[in-house]
Design a protein around this ligand. Structure first.
Ligand code: PRT
Ligand code: ZN
Length: 296
C-alpha cells in the first residue's frame, strides 16, 4: 500500500447546513484539522485522515465509488441517490443526531386537503423526485413531479407547480411563503456513511479506531455524571429514578450513619424533573456533570 492509501479520505459538505457540524464531530473525536490553503482538502495533523469538501449531493457517490472511505450526508440525500449508486457499496455506519429535518408535502394555505388522494392530478415541485415518486406510488396517487434544484417554496406562487415537497426544519420558510405542511414523506438526520464495496480499499483497523472515537463522542452528548447524598434506605427508589444508569457507586458518608454518596453515569438526558424526583426521594447536594471523553 502506498502512503496515500493509508490515509482515510472522508467526504464532508463544504458549505451549508451540515458543514460545520461535520468537522466538529471529528474534532470532538480528537482530530486536529488544518483549515489550510487547499480549500478542497483539509488535513488532520494527528490522525491519518483527509477531508474532501464537496457539495452534499456528491457525497454518496464519492463513498459508494470508494474514492472516500467515509462521508457525512443527510439521509434524505443518501436515500434519493441510492437507486443510481452501487447501493451495495455504501452503508449507514452511524446516525449522528444532528441536521434533523423532515421532507414534507406542503400546500398553499387556502387549499383544502384531507389526504394524499387530494394530490391526484396535481403538479408537485421538489428537489427529491425519487423520494416523492416512491411516496406517491405507495399511496397509489398519480401526480406529476416537477424537479427543481432550489427555491422550491416559491413554485406555487409562480404557478410552476400546485404544491411542493421540500425539507422543513422550523417551518418558517413554509409560513413565509403562504404554505402549510400536510404530510410527511421522510424524517431525516445526518448520517455517517461508509464504503463497503472493497473491504481492503481502506485499512479496516483505522476505520474501526475512528468509529470507536465517534461512538465515544455520540455517547457523551447525552451522558452525564451524577452525584448526590442520600439515606441508604432510599437507595432502591433512587436507582429506579436515575435515567439509563448502570450500577451506581455507593459509598458511606463519614460521620453520618445511614447516609451514602451515590455516583452514577446516566446514559439518557437528566431533566430538572429527574432532579426534583431525586430530591423528593431524599437526595441532597445533587450534582450533574458533563462527561468530556468516554470509551465504552
Ligand atoms: O451546496 P450543497 O449542495 O452542499 O448544499 P444544499 O443547499 O443542497 O444543502 P443544505 O446545506 O441546504 O442542506 C444539507 C442537508 O442538511 C440537507 O440535505 C438536510 O439533510 C439537512 N437539513 C437540515 C436541511 C435543513 N435542516 C433545512 N432546514 N436542509 C435544508 N433546509 C432548508 C430547506 O430546504 C428550506 O429551504 O431550510 C429551509 C427550511 O427551513 P425552515 O427552518 O424554515 O423550515
Ligand atoms: Zn445539495
Amino acid at each position: 500500500m502506498t502512503d496515500q492509501e493509508q490515509r482515510l479520505r472522508i467526504a464532508v459538505q463544504k458549505k451549508g447546513q451540515l458543514a460545520d457540524k461535520s468537522l466538529q464531530l471529528f474534532e470532538q473525536a480528537g482530530l486536529k484539522i488544518t483549515r489550510g490553503a487547499n480549500d478542497l482538502l483539509y488535513r488532520a495533523e494527528n490522525f491519518p485522515a483527509d477531508f474532501l469538501r464537496v457539495r452534499d449531493d456528491d457525497i454518496p457517490q464519492f463513498v459508494a465509488s470508494g474514492a472516500c472511505a467515509l462521508g457525512i450526508v443527510g439521509e434524505n440525500v443518501l436515500e434519493e441517490d441510492l437507486p443510481q449508486l452501487q447501493a451495495a457499496a455504501v452503508e449507514v455506519a452511524r446516525p449522528l443526531g444532528f441536521g434533523q429535518c423532515t421532507l414534507k408535502i406542503a400546500v398553499p394555505n387556502e387549499m383544502a386537503y384531507n389526504n394524499a388522494q387530494d394530490l391526484s392530478g396535481m403538479s408537485i415541485a421538489t428537489s427529491y423526485p425519487v423520494l416523492l415518486k416512491k411516496y406517491l406510488d405507495d399511496k397509489n396517487v398519480a401526480a406529476s413531479v416537477v424537479e427543481m434544484s432550489g427555491a422550491v417554496e416559491v413554485a406555487p406562487r409562480l404557478n410552476v407547480a400546485d404544491v411542493i415537497c421540500d425539507l422543513v426544519s422550523t417551518g418558517q420558510t413554509l409560513a413565509a411563503n403562504g404554505l402549510r405542511a400536510v404530510d410527511t414523506v421522510m424524517n431525516s438526520e445526518a448520517v455517517l456513511i461508509r464504503h463497503t464495496g472493497e473491504k481492503t480499499l481502506y485499512p479496516e483497523d483505522l476505520i474501526a479506531r475512528l468509529l470507536r472515537r465517534i461512538d465515544g463522542v455520540l455517547a457523551t452528548r447525552e451522558t452525564k455524571y451524577i452525584m448526590m447524598n442520600a439515606p441508604e434506605a432510599a437507595l432502591d427508589e433512587i436507582i429506579e429514578i436515575l435515567p439509563g444508569a448502570g450500577s451506581p457507586t455507593v459509598t458511606p458518608l463519614a460521620g453520618e450513619p445511614g447516609q451514602v454518596a451515590i455516583h452514577a453515569v446516566c446514559q439518557e438526558s437528566v431533566f430538572w424533573e429527574t432532579l426534583e424526583r431525586l430530591k423528593a426521594a431524599g437526595s441532597s447536594a445533587i450534582l450533574v456533570l458533563p462527561i468530556e471523553k468516554m470509551m465504552l
